[in-house]
Design a protein around this ligand. Structure first.
Ligand code: ZN
Length: 244
C-alpha cells in the first residue's frame, strides 16, 4: 500500500547522512528547572518531542520507528561512528538515536535556558522525521553524485522549520512560555553562520542566523504536523529564497 508521503518529502532531496553538528532546533516545555539534573531535563524533553512526532505519524498513518536521545560524556559509540565531546549534537539514522554531548549542552546550550535544550533536541528530532519520510534515501542518492555538498543547507533549515512546528504544538499545550520562544530564537540566531572555511552549501552548514530564525518561525506559525515545512525546495532555498 502506498504511503501518503507529503509532497515536500517527495521532492526534497538533501544531503546527508547523519550529522548536523550543532544544528539547533526547538522547543517544548515547562518552567525551567535549573536545579534538575541535566540528564533528567534532557530525558523529559526528548520524551515529549518523541511523543509529539509519534502522534503526528500515527494520525497520518505513516510508519514511525521510535527514536531516543543519548546524553553522553566525552565519547560514545554509535552506528554512525564514534561521537566525541566535539560532536555537539547530531542524529544518527542508522540507530535512530540523537546523540548529545553533555559538555556542549552545559556550556553552549544551558545558558539559553530551557528553550536552548528544547531547541537543540527538537532540531535533531527533525532529522529523524526527515529520515522517517524517506528524505534520507533521496539525500543519500544525491550525495552519491555530488558529494553531498549541495543539499546540507536545506536539510538543516528544514529541521529548523520542523522544530518550529514542534514549538507551536508545545505552545498550544501550554507548555511553552513566551520567553521560551524568545530563547529559542536567540539561540538559532547566535548559532547561525557558516562553519569557518565552509560556504553556505557545504556539508555542515546550517544557514545564517536570519535564515534559521525565519525557517523556525515558518514552522512555528504555519506548521501543523508534516504539512508546515513543505515549501522548501531541493535547490537550497525556500519559495521566498532566504538570503545567502
Ligand atoms: Zn541539523
Amino acid at each position: 500500500m502506498a504511503m501518503p508521503i507529503p509532497r515536500w518529502a517527495q521532492t526534497l532531496t538533501v544531503a546527508l547522512v547523519a550529522t548536523c553538528a550543532a544544528g539547533l532546533a526547538t522547543v517544548a516545555a515547562r518552567e525551567p528547572a535549573a536545579e534538575e539534573p541535566l540528564a533528567e531535563r534532557v530525558a523529559t524533553i526528548a520524551a515529549a518531542v518523541e511523543s509529539y512526532w509519534r502522534g503526528v505519524f500515527r494520525a497520518a498513518e505513516i510508519p514511525y520507528d521510535p527514536a531516543a536521545a543519548v546524553l553522553y560524556a566525552e565519547r560514545e559509540v554509535t552506528d554512525c561512528g564514534p561521537a566525541t565531546e566535539n560532536s555537539k549534537a547530531f542524529y544518527c539514522p542508522r540507530d535512530d538515536r540523537i546523540y548529545l554531548a553533555d559538555g556542549f549542552f552545559a556550556e553552549a546550550v544551558v545558558p539559553y535556558g530551557e528553550a536552548g535544550l528544547i531547541q537543540v533536541i527538537a532540531h535533531e528530532w527533525g532529522h529523524h522525521v526527515q529520515a522517517q519520510l524517506g528524505v534520507k534515501d533521496d539525500a543519500d542518492r544525491r550525495a552519491a553524485t555530488d558529494g553531498g555538498k549541495t543539499y546540507d543547507l536545506i536539510w538543516e533549515l528544514q529541521a529548523d522549520c520542523l522544530s518550529g512546528t514542534y514549538a507551536a504544538a508545545a505552545d498550544r499545550r501550554g507548555d511553552l512560555a513566551p520567553r521560551d520562544i524568545d530563547g529559542a530564537i536567540r539561540l538559532l540566531y547566535d548559532e547561525g553562520g557558516d562553519p569557518e572555511g565552509f560556504g553556505p552549501g557545504a556539508r555542515g552548514a546550517h544557514g545564517t542566523g536570519a535564515q534559521r530564525v525565519r525557517l523556525f518561525l515558518q514552522g512555528y506559525f504555519g506548521g501543523d504536523g508534516l504539512t508546515g515545512c513543505g515549501n522548501l525546495k531541493p535547490d537550497g532555498g525556500t519559495t521566498d529564497q532566504p538570503e545567502r
